[in-house]
Design a protein around this ligand. Structure first.
Ligand SMILES: Nc1ncnc2c1ncn2[C@@H]1O[C@H](COP(=O)(O)OP(=O)(O)OP(=O)(O)O)[C@@H](O)[C@H]1O
Ligand SMILES: [Mg+2]
Length: 274
């Protein structure tokens, strides 16, 4: 579990994060959504320690990361896997060598054990056949999967993915989402994803944090989001006519489930649609 307590971050006189508090739960895919420039990447960089917060604290399983010395921070960092925007693979290394890289940096295992671990991870993301290929020889979706294999090779407790679906078609995006979700549940990882992708929000959004102008504007699940009355959130998520229709259909679908019935009835009454 990762807890953010009132974190702030600015550059010069420009405030980007204006006191954000949130909890990222373990075994769950936690999504950070919000318009371009709302501070998602800055927030992720602060959480992993690539940027320093101006105030507030970040707790990794009750340990205050912001108050740690260099050595303790390094220990936490070794438990973090990160999938960067655009995959950030090393072009001069093969797929296999890219996945091996964190092991060479941090692992004390023998070469044989390291190779076994790389094979396991490549198998897990279904890329064994591409092990000897270079990044330039594989597709965008495959690159993301290499990035995921590299991010999980050290068995991380915490996994961060910045826009894992950017540049992918909807079907490949869903496969990537599914893979991240499975890994999260399989290894009980605390996963944090920055995304713009509405399919991800609706399919994987167990826990969603919506950022607006440097603040947490809304927090909830993909079930709750279809009932949200937050204007900014609705304008952002259900931006098109098509998505507004989809929202109504999802509401009707959930209307059949008694758990959501009362909530929906109440909203429809309020909206004067009943
Ligand atoms: N190193 C930096 N120095 C100065 N300003 C920065 C720096 N990094 C980010 N910013 C500013 O912080 C704001 C938030 O940027 P950020 O990259 O977090 O947005 P984002 O929500 O991730 O957007 P996107 O969806 O486009 O990736 C922007 O106004 C950006 O210009
Ligand atoms: Mg970003």
């Amino acid at each position: 579990m990762i807890e953010l307590k009132d974190i702030t971050k600015g550059f010069g006189d420009k405030e980007i994060l204006k006191g954000v508090s949130a909890t990222m739960e373990s075994g769950k895919v936690n999504l950070i959504i919000g318009a371009s420039g709302s501070g998602k990447t800055v927030m992720m960089k602060c959480i992993v320690g690539l940027m320093k917060v101006d105030s507030g604290s970040i707790l990794y399983d009750n340990q205050d990361f912001t108050a740690m010395d260099h050595r303790a921070k390094k220990e936490i960092r070794q438990q973090i896997g990160m999938l960067f925007q655009g995959s950030a693979l090393f072009d001069s290394m093969t797929v296999e060598q890219n996945v091996m890289f964190p092991l060479e940096m941090f692992s004390k295992d023998s070469l044989k054990e390291r190779k076994k671990r790389v094979d396991e991870c490549l198998e897990r993301v279904q890329l064994k056949d591409a092990a000897k290929k270079f990044p330039a020889e594989i597709s965008g979706g495959m690159k993301k999967r290499v990035g995921i294999a590299r991010a999980i090779v050290l068995n991380p407790k915490y996994l961060f993915c910045d826009e894992p679906n950017s540049g992918l078609d909807p079907q490949t995006s869903l496969l990537i989402d599914q893979l991240i979700k499975e890994l999260t549940q399989e290894y009980n990882i605390t996963t944090v994803i920055n995304t713009h992708d509405m399919n991800t929000v609706m399919e994987s959004g167990d826990h969603i944090v919506y950022m607006y102008q440097g603040q947490k504007q809304w927090e909830g699940s993909n079930k709750e989001i279809v009932f949200s009355k937050d204007q900014q959130l609705n304008d952002f998520i259900f931006a098109s006519e098509f998505l507004r229709d989809a929202k109504e259909m999802r509401q009707l679908d959930m209307f059949k489930d008694s758990k959501w019935k009362d909530q929906l009835e109440e909203q429809l009454k309020r909206d004067g649609k009943k």
